[in-house]
Design a protein around this ligand. Sequence first.
Ligand code: SF4
Length: 246
Amino acid sequence: MTETVKPLLTQNSDMRRQGIFNWSIPAWAGTLPDGRHYNTCPSAGVCAPLCYARTGAYQFRNVKGRHQANLMMVLDDLPGWEKQMTAEVQHKRYRGRWIRVHDAGDFFSPEYTRAWMRVMRSAPDVRFYAYTKSVSLFREVVEPDPPENFRWVYSLGGREDHLIDLTVERHVDIFPDEESLEEAGYASRAQEGCLVSVLGPQKVGIAANNIVHLKKKQGPHRWSELQRQQDAKRRGPGKQFTSGRP
Ligand code: SF4
């Protein structure tokens, strides 16, 4: 990486405190400055209207602009993005550090996911992690042969929740508050730090963001509960998913 190339990875204050670097694209669906429509979270479900990354600081012009520029780079020139990201993660500043893939957005296509896997393999001294709702994509593309330095966690509130075996698979759920997640026997991300989601117990809970209108929308429910309710409505009466239920 030359000094003139702007780093692709950033750190917000929370991440900096934890020593984690971050790559981000815009959350969910939107329109790029050139008029193209995108959906970076194809498996989003009830999470979309409750998403922290679609409000607040994420919508500041400079933040949103940067995330959109990141996405355009990926969409317009995936090999070029991969080349630049590969060079960046090999820089000594990332050695022994963690990189979170997607503060917002998700793995939205097999090609993009495979590009990330090659980037990860190119930097064995760096560790990568991600939250994802792209369960079927991970089953097909990542799970058969994951990079050794990559950890991920399935996050509930998506249209593919029913594919996750909650009894054995690592997952996170969003609860109304700290008390309710503790009551349910989940480890608290707020208390243990972001990496607990991929290194700690199999069940990790996150308390709902303090943004008032989002808290109100979520009410007293977990995202997984809201998703189950939505799935049941969509399926119609009398039909059930056969796995993944707590
Ligand atoms: S998948 Fe994540 S980033 Fe995308 S809409 Fe849902 S919560 Fe937001």
